[in-house]
Design a protein around this ligand. Structure first.
Ligand SMILES: NC(=O)c1ccc[n+]([C@@H]2O[C@H](COP(=O)([O-])OP(=O)(O)OC[C@H]3O[C@@H](n4cnc5c(N)ncnc54)[C@H](O)[C@@H]3O)[C@@H](O)[C@H]2O)c1
Length: 310
């Protein structure tokens, strides 16, 4: 199969590219390297079935590129991913995440693509009443990032109704693993890992009881691969474990994986932080035959090994 991955130089996108090439697919990446790293594609470079295009997904040149490459499936992961950055500059967030998504979908449709896969976020659930959040839970965007991600979901549905472009939306919980940047806000695992390996202090905000649902990047990639076919057309699936891990527990597990002292400093909770989050993966298990296979400590050990080797 021939695919195009936007955001393919990023943390999740580059792992998806490696898997698709290993499975024998032809893969083109479109990435402007704004937060991604070209080195994430070192393993793909030189592969006869791989192409890299440095381009902003909002650029109208994407249409010519897509018309030439003619992908069967377009995996759209390029995005501005910071909630805080979206609050500070909602216009920039919308330009990247809304306009970018519309340009990608229009180019995909015009080039005759069969299907688009879209990385959405649990941020679209706002402050959910039920945890783990069921697959059919109401959405409730409470940040510009959540609103822009949700608008991408609406556009997918519209492109399917108007043009027959199939799609599957994958709603990702807290993804962690090799290649995640420790500089952003999203990757608490990479932030803890980086600090603990350097022997720097680590901070837990609040009393440590806040929970998140950590999903290993290879499991997320497997969800995308399963959604490339006919399964899950016109549907959205949570990709998470359904298990809540507290910040304090996570710190202990990363410290264990890194062989470092488990002594975080506690600072006041940050305004607006959700107290708890986990999503129910049951619809993805039914609809895609997907399972979150990697247990947290195993995934953390792999992540720490990768960080140590850098
Ligand atoms: N990491 C998570 O926990 C998580 C959770 C939910 C959803 N997601 C979604 O998954 C996707 C990938 O996230 P990630 O964690 O790999 O982030 P990332 O920042 O590592 O990857 C994003 C990639 O998109 C590229 N990009 C950004 N703007 C672009 C533009 N205008 N044109 C072309 N390329 C552009 C960046 O250079 C980067 O390579 C995003 O859509 C994000 O919203 C991630």
């Amino acid at each position: 199969m021939r695919l195009l991955v936007t955001g393919g130089a990023g943390f999740i996108g580059s792992s998806l590219v490696d898997r698709l090439l290993a499975d024998g697919h032809e893969v083109a990446v479109v990435d402007d390297l704004s937060s991604g790293d070209r080195a994430n594609l070192d393993g793909a470079d030189g592969h006869p079935l791989f192409r890299f295009y440095e381009l902003d997904v909002r650029d109208l040149a994407l249409r010519g590129l897509m018309a030439e490459w003619r992908p069967e499936v377009v995996c759209h992961l390029a995005a501005q991913i910071s909630v805080r950055a979206s609050v500070a500059d909602p216009v920039h967030d919308a330009r990247l995440n809304v306009e970018g998504t519309v340009n990608v979908l229009e180019a995909a449709r015009a080039a005759g693509a069969r299907k688009a896969l879209y990385a959405s976020s649990v941020a679209v659930y706002g402050r959910p009443a039920v945890i783990p959040v069921p697959g059919d839970a109401a959405t409730d965007a409470r940040s510009p990032y959540a609103a822009s991600k949700l608008s991408g979901e609406v556009y997918l549905s519209m492109f399917r109704a108007l043009h027959g472009l199939s799609y599957t939306t994958l709603v990702l919980s807290n993804v962690y693993g090799p290649r995640q940047s420790p500089t952003g806000e999203a990757g608490v695992v990479s932030i803890f890992t980086d600090a603990l390996l350097r022997g720097s202090p680590t901070v837990v905000y609040g009393d440590g009881s806040q929970t998140r649902d950590y999903i290993f990047v290879d499991d997320v990639v497997d969800g995308f691969v399963r959604a490339c076919g006919e399964r899950g057309n016109g549907r959205r699936f949570n990709l998470g474990t359904g298990v809540q891990t507290t910040d304090r527990e996570l710190h202990s597990l990363v410290a264990l994986a890194a062989g470092a002292p488990d002594e975080p400093r506690f600072e006041p909770a940050r305004l607006g932080d959700l107290p708890a989050m986990a999503v129910d993966p049951a619809p993805a298990i039914d609809g895609l035959g997907w399972h979150p296979r990697t247990d947290l400590l195993t995934g953390l050990k792999t992540t720490v090994e990768w960080a140590r080797s850098r």
